[in-house]
Design a protein around this ligand. Structure first.
Ligand code: SAM
Length: 208
């Protein structure tokens, strides 16, 4: 009961505050420059990416398994520079999109939270056109062994506090072992974030 109240009422506000600061906004904008055409964003959360999509995106579908901060999200959709189609969908299941139908798929701070990531990556692979980019901006496992060991220790707690978020996922390995070739990968620490949660993986991948 308490966990439910936290997940539905408190966590969305925390998320919006933590992931909504200007420095992350700049990263979002830079990262999304590579998006274009018919684009799908998985795990759109509170819609913090919406102002940052370039107008080369002709049609934007955004999906999330949860509905968060409805009024705020509706206002962000109304202000979006590109047309938005919003759906409540779980990315672990079969998505209602045909094979090879998107020019681009985007996830930001989301691959940490999807339970069955192999299944979601399989769906991304299925719906992306050949050669189309899968763009990701994610946090995950540190390359520093001591820090990674702490991420392993604290992961069970983080899954409660972060409502399913894993601290210790090796994002690049998970993407490539699920049928993608990574064309570009940046590793850096998220400015202003504790290193436990700020070990970033930003990249683009194509289906193999
Ligand atoms: C940490 S939030 C990030 C939100 C947003 N992408 C951002 O950058 O601000 C993770 C989001 O992934 C969504 N999510 C988690 N599992 C999901 C799933 N199986 N299918 C769709 N969305 C999911 C959550 O509901 C949440 O909105």
């Amino acid at each position: 009961m308490l966990r439910e109240i936290y997940a539905r009422r408190v966590f969305p506000w925390l998320l919006d505050r933590m992931l909504g600061h200007d420095e992350i906004g700049r990263l979002r904008r830079e990262t999304l420059q590579a998006a274009g055409g018919r684009t799908l964003e998985i795990g759109f959360g509170t819609g913090l990416n919406l102002p940052h999509f370039p107008t080369t995106v002709t049609e934007l579908t955004i999906i999330d398994s949860e509905l968060m901060l409805e009024q705020l999200v509706a206002a962000r959709i109304a202000d979006s520079p590109v047309p938005v189609n919003r759906l409540q969908l779980d990315a672990q299941g079969r998505l209602p999109f045909t094979d090879n139908s998107f020019d681009c798929v985007v996830t930001t701070f989301t691959l940490c939270s999807i339970g069955n990531l192999a299944s979601a990556l399989g769906e991304i692979r299925r719906i992306l056109k050949p050669e189309a980019p899968f763009i990701f901006l994610e946090h995950g496992r540190s390359d520093l062994p001591t820090l990674a060991a702490w991420q392993d220790r604290l992961n069970p707690l983080q899954q409660i506090v972060g409502v399913g978020c894993h601290l210790n996922r090796r994002i690049d390995q998970l993407v490539s072992s699920n049928g993608f070739t990574i064309d570009q990968l940046d590793r850096f620490n998220l400015p202003g974030a504790p290193r436990l949660i700020g070990s970033m993986y930003r990249g683009t991948a194509r289906r193999r």
